[in-house]
Design a protein around this ligand. Sequence first.
Ligand SMILES: C[S@@+](CC[C@H](N)C(=O)[O-])C[C@H]1O[C@@H](n2cnc3c(N)ncnc32)[C@H](O)[C@@H]1O
Length: 232
Amino acid sequence: MENQNTQQNEQHHRSIKSFVLRQGHMTAAQQRAIDENWEKVGVNFQAAHIDLNALFKRNNPKILEIGFGMGVATAQIAQTLPEKDFLAIDVHGPGVGNLCKLIAEQNINNIKVMRHDAVEVVEQMLPENSLDGIHIFFPDPWHKKRHNKRRLIQIPFIEKLLPKLKSKGYIHLATDWEEYATQMLDVLNHFEALQNTAQDYAPTPAYRPETKFEARGKRLGHGVWDLIFTKK
Ligand SMILES: C[S@@+](CC[C@H](N)C(=O)[O-])C[C@H]1O[C@@H](n2cnc3c(N)ncnc32)[C@H](O)[C@@H]1O
């Protein structure tokens, strides 16, 4: 009986997603970018481990980005850090199309794109100790109290994510929602294996570009919090 309850709880927990799939409008150019480039830059979900070095055809550091939105920052960061390889994941179709478009236009060859729930990718596709870094920038804050359970940054998810990170690897989070920043700090501080690189919030590193949205928020007096922790 207890076992059954645990199973049901687990299933219930898994059905709570950190996103809502909207039928966002895909422009013709975004759709074309997917059609023309998916074979080269796209990675399809599989319920089995993937060899990231084989995927990128080189043994360079591997960074996972969860929730790239329109992919503008992703493309910039990949150009700033050409010696690193980026596995960028989002569920949002127009954003996936836009990132494929940016990759093709700017001839970027260190990004691979996935359109899938990153939680499932982490659970099923990523081998242990395969990542050198993890970027999660401005994850949906789910402001309303009753929606807080949808937030990505919670102990159970970080528990799944951490084994995928190599020792000395880093996790970099950013948010513009103060109460979520506090939650992020609490969640990361919970893990003995993680060490904060700052006292609490970290200065924004040079590689993370300021988005238009972020610049506007700052002008309006809103804050932005970066958190960077390394794995012992
Ligand atoms: C608020 S947006 C931020 C986008 C981008 N990082 C930026 O700074 O502009 C959050 C993004 O995370 C994506 N997302 C949320 N949960 C996800 C999940 N489980 N797997 C993949 N993407 C997810 C959403 O589709 C959305 O594009």
